[in-house]
Design a protein around this ligand. Structure first.
Ligand code: ADP
Ligand code: MG
Length: 480
């Protein structure tokens, strides 16, 4: 902690920034914290200047907990924060966005107090989730209020996982899905869905004790318990839970003792009709370093996978996030983002947030151009590769053809030509195989794609008009 009497607002804010930087992603830090200017420190109140009202709301919505903690840490328990907002001059230009903050109607995620087993002394409980009460203990559910089913977009890519999660939340411990194991790559919604199940159970059954815990945290708690010789308390604690949600169980791989204790907790809960929800970045068969008996337990229930989001889901996710944050964007911008970022939902959200931040910071309207620049700067080096979907879209827009026709088997001349151009660019600009490209373009085989590429090359040499088309389209694909 700093001595507030003697330090300047700059030094105080610098100290805060150091901590903040360690706790959030670099991109978020650059976007949301670097533009802030400290202006005053008086009576432990630190005033920071933010560039816009939107900016202020974003900080309040997303970083307030962190900010509060950091300020208290650096300025002492009296420390607090005040914003000074640079007002936007709305008379000159139209609003770049509109802000409608939705009502926060999150459900009560607090667990009801739980009776301690008689043989356990409160003072010995070394569990960070417990806030000792008088006779009973409160167990923090650790659920994140925003990760609800309502905020989770359903799509082909997550239908089974979502549906089974939903079933579990209506009948925890009472379905065949016990344990429910959700698996899939990063950023596909495992954590979100796991929380949604927990939140929905708290809604439906307020008296059930729900606990969300990351595997890593579970493992560390266990190691602490060994050190402090409180493993009994540790086990008892987990045995009190009605719905245990453990995130990223692949972390247990190779940790035999942790697996052992988890195994015994698992059995106890399962035998008593309690619900287990687990997530993993791999399917059970690929979880190496995991004990066979544990893997076979996983198979008792249901394993449901989350896949990369399809285009429709990507657009729906963007629309949902925009609505939740009170932001409106032109349709073409939304489509552009959805077409360009295909890897996972976290990336997609990241791009949207950067875009909003850019616009807010520079007080520019969010246009397709701004989106293109932003994607270039923030996304290109990480995840972006022009996708077949995007190429098809550009080509169809150019010739004013419906996308369905391009993907259909029709042999109408103008469609065939557009399709050939899309294939040609898919071959030269993506890493996709000929077979994949063919599949995307009306279910053609690799020979057809090869033929298309040759045809386009030939026509470019012989037909001047055609060459103009192709060059125009290339410019559009290459983001000007
Ligand atoms: P994972 O745990 O699989 O790495 P997360 O659950 O952390 O992924 O999801 C990453 C981000 O994407 C989160 O902000 C989450 O809210 C969002 N997200 C993932 N799937 C969806 C979905 N189907 N609908 C809405 N948002 C989603
Ligand atoms: Mg996760």
């Amino acid at each position: 902690m700093l001595k507030t009497m003697s330090i300047s607002h700059e030094a105080a804010w610098d100290a805060c920034l150091k901590v903040i930087k360690d706790n959030i992603s670099l991109q978020a830090f650059k976007t949301w914290f670097e533009p802030i200017i400290p202006t005053k420190l008086e009576n432990s109140v630190l005033t920071i200047q933010v560039p816009s009202h939107f900016f202020y709301e974003w900080l309040e919505q997303h970083y307030i907990v962190l900010l509060r903690k950091v300020v208290k840490k650096e300025l002492g328990s009296e420390g607090s924060l005040e914003y000074s907002i640079v007002m936007e001059n709305n008379s000159r230009t139209s609003n770049p966005y509109t802000v409608k903050i939705p009502a926060n109607n999150s459900s009560n995620l607090k667990n009801a107090p739980v009776n301690l087993p008689i043989n356990v002394n409160e003072k010995q409980i070394r569990n960070p989730f417990i806030i000792p009460g008088l006779k009973k203990v409160n167990i923090e559910s650790n659920l994140i209020p925003n990760f609800t089913f309502e905020n989770f977009v359903e799509g082909e890519c997550n239908r089974l996982a979502r549906a089974s999660g939903y079933a579990v939340s209506n009948k925890p411990g009472g379905t065949a899905f016990n344990p429910l194991l959700l698996y899939g790559g990063v950023g596909l919604g495992k954590t979100h869905l796991a929380h949604a199940i927990g939140i929905s159970i708290k809604d439906n059954f307020p008296n059930k004790t729900v606990l969300y815990v990351q595997s890593e945290k579970f493992a560390h708690q266990f190691i602490d318990a060994i050190k402090n010789q409180t493993t009994n308390d540790f086990v008892h604690f987990y045995q009190m839970i009605d719905v245990l949600i453990i995130d990223d169980v692949q972390f247990f791989a190779g940790k035999e003792r942790t697996q052992d204790v988890f195994f015994s907790i698992f059995n106890h809960l399962h035998q008593n009709g309690k619900q287990l929800v687990l997530t993993s970045d791999k399917p059970p068969v690929e979880l190496q370093g995991m004990e066979q008996r544990l893997l076979s337990r996983f198979k008792w229930g249901l394993s449901a996978d989350l896949q990369s989001p399809d285009l429709e889901t990507r657009i729906a996710v963007l629309n949902k996030k925009m609505y939740a944050d009170g932001i409106e964007l032109p349709k073409e911008v939304v489509e552009y983002l959805a077409y360009s970022i295909t890897t996972n939902i976290r990336e997609l959200e990241g791009a949207l947030i950067s875009l909003i931040a850019q616009s807010s910071l520079n007080k520019k309207a969010i246009t397709l151009d701004l989106a293109k620049q932003m994607i270039d700067k923030f996304v290109k080096n990480t995840a972006r590769e022009v996708s077949i979907d995007y190429i098809q879209k550009v080509v169809c827009d150019y010739f004013s053809l419906p996308l369905e026709l391009m993907k259909s088997k029709t042999r109408k001349r103008e469609v065939v030509q557009a399709r050939q151009i899309a294939m040609y660019f898919s071959k030269s600009l993506t890493k996709s195989s000929l077979a994949t490209i063919g599949m995307h373009c009306g279910g053609k085989d690799h020979a057809t794609v090869l033929h298309a590429c040759r045809t386009v090359n030939n026509l470019m040499e012989t037909d001047k008009r055609f060459r103009v088309y192709v060059n125009d389209i290339e410019k559009k694909i290459n983001l000007s």
